[in-house]
Design a protein around this ligand. Structure first.
Ligand code: ADP
Ligand code: MG
Length: 324
């Protein structure tokens, strides 16, 4: 099983940022209101994610790191309509097979917590631990036994930047969850968790930018709603770090939507510059491709071209209205 898990690990766990994403999404699935992410050496030396969610009992802790065990999938049909971000039970097993993983949890209502350490796939002993309600996952010695993977890792600074991107995107995706990010003893991000999207944008991109953004809120037929913020076309940056697409409480990437939206900022947008936009889409779950690979952010939509055209128009209208 260790080998199978290490193979699976290649799909789920590429670098610290992919681990941070899996762990935060598990916290979201556990109904967390607060999540604290701590990284050392850009996540290469240590990744810790602590939440105040529903937690796990000692039996669940043992199960959680086994492959294909998930508490989330109840019927096969749920794969298409799952409210959960994870539903295959692969992430923790995969991470545990290529690192030292400590899983500590105190179930809500329980008197005490328990901790379990898995070292490169070998499950250790379960021990009681004094802790507050919720779950803390800690990952150290990442890829120590997988030199090929280790060679593919970048510098701590580059890995940190990738982790920061993921945390920012998930914080925007779920402004109702308070998220803090620390690198060693430096706090890099703190969102309030009030649910206010603009407050989350301000926490990440600063007051200056937040004061310039234009709000969007359109409801269309077939249950499509587009909400969000864009900055005027003359405010732009050299990369796409100021863009986000969120669909039914998931962070997604979708090339068709992105290009249609970027198009709406032209011709004012200079070459090789990228506009700021954050759009939260609500769509009938039946129109999202159930075959989309869960670890891949690229999500296909039925009627993608029409949705893209509506996003384009919503952004264009907002920019035009603000320019009056
Ligand atoms: P999946 O998310 O696909 O179910 P994971 O390997 O990510 O698979 O997690 C396995 C199981 O461990 C989850 O189904 C859940 O029951 C439990 N779990 C993981 N993280 C947490 C957490 N932060 N809080 C509570 N339970 C968790
Ligand atoms: Mg998961």
């Amino acid at each position: 099983p260790v080998v199978a898990n290490q193979i699976a690990a290649g799909e789920v766990v590429e670098r610290p940022a992919s681990i941070v994403k899996e762990l935060l999404e598990n916290s979201f699935d556990a109904n967390a209101g607060q999540c604290r992410v701590v990284l050392d050496e850009g996540g290469l030396a240590r990744i810790s994610v602590k939440d105040d969610g529903i937690g796990m009992g000692p039996e669940d802790l043992m199960l959680a790191t086994e492959r294909h065990t998930t508490s989330k999938l109840t019927r096969l049909d749920d794969l298409g309509h799952s409210p959960w971000l994870g539903f295959r039970g692969e992430a923790l097993a995969a991470i545990a097979s290529v690192s030292h993983l400590t899983l500590a949890s105190r179930e809500s209502g329980a008197a005490v917590g328990y901790a379990l350490t898995v070292e490169f796939g070998r499950i250790g002993d379960l021990a009681p631990r004094a802790m507050s309600e919720g779950t803390q996952v800690e990952v150290t010695r990442l890829f120590d036994t997988v030199p090929a993977r280790q060679k593919a890792l970048k510098s701590p600074a580059a890995e940190l930047a990738a982790c920061q991107q993921v945390v920012q995107q998930l914080a925007l995706c779920r402004p109702d969850v308070g998220i803090t990010l620390w690198h060693h003893d430096r706090r890099l991000l703190e969102t309030g968790g009030t649910g206010d999207r603009l407050a989350a944008i301000m926490a990440i991109f600063g007051r200056d930018l937040a004061e310039q953004v234009i709000a969007i809120d359109h409801t269309f037929s077939r249950g499509l709603r587009i909400q969000g913020y864009v900055a005027p076309a003359h405010v732009h940056r050299a990369n796409r770090a100021g863009q986000g697409l969120y669909l039914n409480r998931r962070w997604i990437t979708n090339w068709t939507l992105r290009s249609a939206i970027e198009e709406a900022f032209k011709p004012e947008l200079p070459d090789r510059r990228y506009p700021y936009f954050w759009l939260w889409l609500t769509l009938d779950p039946d129109t999202v491709d159930p075959n989309a690979h869960p670890t891949k952010a690229e999500v296909r939509l039925l009627g993608e071209r029409q949705v893209a055209a509506l996003c384009h128009r919503a952004v264009q209208d907002a920019l035009a209205e603000a320019a009056k």
